[in-house]
Design a protein around this ligand. Structure first.
Ligand code: FAD
Length: 334
């Protein structure tokens, strides 16, 4: 019997897979492993960064539902906390803020689960999860071998890691271990929208709770609720250009915003490129770009995975034609 994935992806597209197994522990995986022989596997968390392009997927889904938050080391200045991959990311952030553990407050309200957060090194408002990750642990699906990846071994990059590259759907993260501050928190207000908000509210010496509250406020005003308007956040990554290519483009488009990452690397806002190609607040076949953030592709209701995919490729082609920049998808397309 085919299993519907409609409620398991934030685009809300209808798609069917062969089987779904809920993984609650490593032992649980060992019990079902014999049923997985020769099968193509997709590991799934909250389904908020995935697009099921085809309706009938010849895949078996492993939905990760490993619970638990446990402090495993407690020092004067910081703690190491071990969190089950199935814990909701924002519930974990709330737990940290409530207990005054610092480091994840800028990542408030990012949808999805803790186990998926290292996959693309989630980031927002000037922070990335790699800044607080101590290690990621889990097991290889094929051999069942358990492994702990220390932070360096995770090969974190902008919206990427070893788990999104060569270990994609091969290694299941079961727990993520974080190092969080207990005092002398390093409050990060480097992101302009956040520092503007602090000025607006007259907050001079923000606590981690203030940061979390303000990030929540900004996100709610800018991003669509995927329960009402299907989406997966930013569809594309912001492109990073070498200095020579960057200068070629700015000579032509002097008003283009950018962020200098290093002497030779410049990040451009993909949303700006998309808008300049005429896609601001555009809709086709129930698929569109979100009015407040052109990097977010939305399902206005009833769109299929292929409608969304085709629309995204049209955007990609227009950006390539106009700017000679090839956008890379941030969303995982199956
Ligand atoms: C409204 C909205 C806003 C967003 N804002 C941001 C943002 O600000 N910053 C940001 O970085 N992202 C953002 N995202 C994207 C998304 O929230 C994150 O990428 C999140 O980490 C995805 O979690 P998930 O559990 O839903 O992952 P899923 O979509 O279920 O999976 C994502 C990928 O991870 C793999 N995977 C999942 N769990 C595991 C596991 N345990 N082991 C191994 N592989 C696994 C899957 O196979 C898939 O390739 C946003 C999404 C939405 C809908």
């Amino acid at each position: 019997m085919k299993n519907s994935l409609k409620k398991l992806n934030s685009f809300g597209v209808e798609s069917f897979c062969n089987e779904i197994y809920i993984i609650k522990s490593y032992e649980n995986y060992l019990q079902i492993k014999q049923n997985l022989k020769e099968k193509k596997i997709i590991i799934l968390g909250g389904g908020t960064n995935i697009l099921f392009k085809t309706q009938n997927l010849d895949y078996t889904i492993l939905k990760v539902d490993i619970e638990g938050i446990e402090i495993i080391e407690d020092y004067d200045e910081n703690i190491i906390v071990s969190v089950g991959a199935g814990v909701n990311w924002d519930d974990f952030v709330s737990w940290c803020v409530k207990n005054n553990y610092g480091g994840v407050e800028n990542l408030t309200l990012i949808p999805g689960n803790v186990g998926s957060a290292p996959i693309q090194n989630i980031g927002a408002y000037g922070s990335e999860i790699k800044d607080v990750i101590y290690s990621c642990e889990g097991f290889y699906l094929e051999s069942s071998e358990h492994k702990i990846f220390n932070k360096n071994e995770c090969e974190f990059e902008y919206r990427s890691s070893i788990f999104k590259q060569k270990l994609k759907n091969k290694f299941l993260i079961s727990k993520v271990n974080f190092r969080l501050s207990k005092k002398n928190h390093r409050i990060n207000t480097s992101y302009k929208a956040l520092s503007d908000k602090l000025i607006e509210k007259g907050i001079k010496d923000p606590s981690i709770s203030d940061i979390s509250t303000l990030v929540k406020e900004i996100r709610e005003s800018k991003l669509p609720n995927y329960n009402q308007l299907g989406n997966a956040g930013s569809f594309f990554k912001n492109p990073v250009l070498k200095k020579k290519n960057f200068e070629k483009i700015t000579n032509k488009y002097s008003s283009m915003p950018f962020y200098k990452m290093s002497e030779n690397e410049y990040k451009l806002p993909a949303a700006w490129l998309i808008e300049k190609c005429g896609f601001k607040d555009i809709c086709e076949n129930q698929v569109g770009v979100y009015k407040n953030q052109s990097l977010v592709i939305i399902n206005k209701g009833g769109a299929t995975g292929s409608d969304i995919y085709n629309f995204s490729q049209k955007i990609k082609q227009e950006v390539k034609n106009k700017f000679d920049i090839l956008l890379e998808e941030e969303v995982n397309i199956i």
